[in-house]
Design a protein. Sequence first.
Length: 152
Amino acid sequence: MDELTQLIKKNIKYKYSSTRRFSEELGIPQTTIVSAIKNGVSGTAFTTVCKMCKALDIKLMNGIYPVVVTDTTTNLIEKLSKLDEKGIHTVSTVLEMEYVRCQTEAEAMAIAEKNAKLEAAKHNPFISLDQIPSKAEVGDLAKALTEQQEEK
């Protein structure tokens, strides 16, 4: 999954908690959003991707790298621009350390999820790995079921 698709998926969960709420808010069919997240946004209409990014405060830096631009991001950039060379070096060092820590944790989670799927497949050889939902997919399903019960 490409970086922009991952960022869109993450921020839909964070800001809207479900693709259904997001689709209702934007007036985009939920099937379009689910397809874009599942297959990547490269196959989605440009105007639809732009609308999704705008709603999620996602901007492309240098025309390539997707980032979420919030008030916090803007505040950090303003402060960073006022630092001297030593301050920028210090912030860059801490930022790099935190980035590596988060990447390592994300990689560890992905490996653990893959191992859990392999273990589940051992117990039921009739299920392929792609049929076993990820932790995030199970969470989405649980949220959707809770929302349905609350609506009744």
